[in-house]
Write a protein that binds this ligand. Structure first.
Ligand code: 5GP
Length: 194
């Protein structure tokens, strides 16, 4: 998605060679026009997939996911993160190791909001090693529902998340694929190589 790649080039801040900071339009301050265009793109990519719900994880997945849900005319559910949890019968729970916080979170979704008939589009802001998306997918499967696909705003293609998710059998659609952050420079995956 050209507008997204241009914005990443313009405003993305490289932290080391592993982390990209996009606080000025996605992770802290949010650009609603860009989020709306991102929502349109996800909706187009999954238009034929009979999506019944969009699922993301708080907090940075919510902005792009809400626009995708709006365009697909379905509800959005965001999984909640807790450090620890006393077990509750009405929640699906999964553990997810956080790449940025370097700690394990327990993520939860109410059993009231996912059902066996659902076809779910999972959305997240970043894909690094795939642990957040995989935890969401396991929750969908706990509910007996289907993962129709995984939509990622920014994929760091030098990490193994795409491979992990594809090996698990999921379709992955990323709107920007970062090939490298080495030397303080943001390089994208060439379209031909996608
Ligand atoms: P994964 O679970 O794929 O290893 O990591 C994805 C999650 O970690 C995303 O939900 C995102 O919040 C966070 N994350 C991973 N890499 C980055 C990054 O380079 N920048 C930012 N802002 N968040 C990241």
């Amino acid at each position: 998605m050209e507008a997204l790649k241009n914005r990443i080039k313009q405003d993305g801040v490289v932290l080391g060679s592993q982390v990209l900071k996009v606080d000025s339009f996605l992770n802290h301050r949010v650009d609603p026009a860009l989020m709306s265009a991102i929502g349109d793109t996800f909706a187009d990519l999954f238009a034929e997939d009979r999506i019944t719900r969009v699922l993301t994880i708080e907090s940075s997945g919510i902005a792009p996911a809400v626009f995708a849900a709006l365009r697909l005319e379905v509800d959005l559910i965001f999984a909640r993160k807790r450090k620890s949890l006393t077990l509750r019968d009405d929640l699906y729970t999964e553990k997810a190791y956080s790449f940025t916080k370097q700690e394990e979170n327990e993520i939860t979704v109410s059993k009231h909001f996912l059902g066996a008939d659902d076809r779910i589009l999972i959305i997240d802001d970043f894909l690094a090693n795939g642990q957040a998306a995989l935890a969401l997918a396991r929750i969908v499967e706990q509910a007996g529902a289907q993962v129709a696909g995984i939509g990622i705003v920014i994929e760091k293609s030098f990490q193994n998340g795409r491979q992990v998710l594809q090996d698990a059998g999921y379709r992955v659609e990323s709107l920007a694929r970062v090939a490298s952050l080495d030397g303080n420079e943001i390089r994208f995956v060439e379209v031909e190589a996608e």
